[in-house]
Design a protein around this ligand. Sequence first.
Ligand code: FAD
Length: 323
Amino acid sequence: MSGVWVWIEQFEGQMKAISQEMLGAGHTAAEGLSQPLTAVVLGHNVGALAQEAFDLGADQVLGADDPTLDQFRVEAYGPVLAGMARERSPQALIFGASTRGRDLAAWVAAELDAGLVADGIGLSVENGTLKVTRPVYTGKLQAEVFVTDGPQLVSLRGRAFAPAESTGGSGDAQWVPAAIGDVSTEIVNFESSAGTVSLNDATIIVSGGRGVGGPDGFAPVQELADVLSGAMGASRAAVDAGWIPYEYQVGQTGKTVSPDLYIACGISGAIQHQAGMRTSKVIVAINKDPDAPIFKLASYGIVGDLFKVLPALTAEFGKRLGS
Ligand code: FAD
């Protein structure tokens, strides 16, 4: 077994930011193992993506370009990637722990009957083996996990690794035929929520909880998010109450985020909410209860009514940022 592979996630031919970070992590692994770094590109008309991977420092690019791979479907991507790995036996396969990356990593691990360390936030090499740091007990502890046998599959969180930088490199990708059987799913279309910033990619997130009091209470939360060019999130209590759709939920059973700035408004800071946001670089809590658990985690706390604090912050940031 030899080689470190990084799966390049793309949407409509554009590399996702998380894959640039995975190439950064892949460099660390490849250097530590003294093995080449291979970017694996799957899709349709993705030649430019292969060159982008070379530019980001991949030593080799292995790809499959086929109309069946145009849109991500795990039933199509899984067998192709597993087949490539079976033939070439890489030592390590790295996936971004995005929704698609988690899905694909699990599928490939099952097909290869290999171990998978999911949701890592740190990666290093010890005695020729990858060591992955991952949060356990809803983020209260961190465990160091090794895959000791077979290909080492890992999925790593977004915004936890520095992205690979442009090297000016180029090369010839190796394209293999995509032998895909029947695929039981079909992507009919995508509907984008115009004007909103993706929670996964956001560097600033403003979240509202039960303290916003109802659907209308999210208006001042959204206004602050807008003025900061950030995304809006929510606690599960607000989602369960039907005030905001599930895709906004941050936490153990929602999205895991790690922005530069997370502003929690009217959120008590239950452990399950913390599990999704505790790795944020700076956390600001706005809560009228000075004993709310979120203040123990927060870098800065504002004790007060969010309906007074948020408009004041929005006005001040608006003035200073000219937005
Ligand atoms: P509350 O705990 O009710 O807190 C509301 C806060 O708002 C209070 O601190 C209050 O002081 C403050 N407040 C009220 N009015 C104002 C005001 N005007 N101004 C300022 N502050 C105000 N939760 C998640 O968030 N994400 C998850 O993914 C998740 N997964 C879960 C999984 C499981 C298996 C379980 C059991 C629970 C999960 N939960 C999750 C639920 C979690 O335990 C909490 O119930 C939930 O996070 C509470 O949401 P909250 O903080 O908005 O509400």
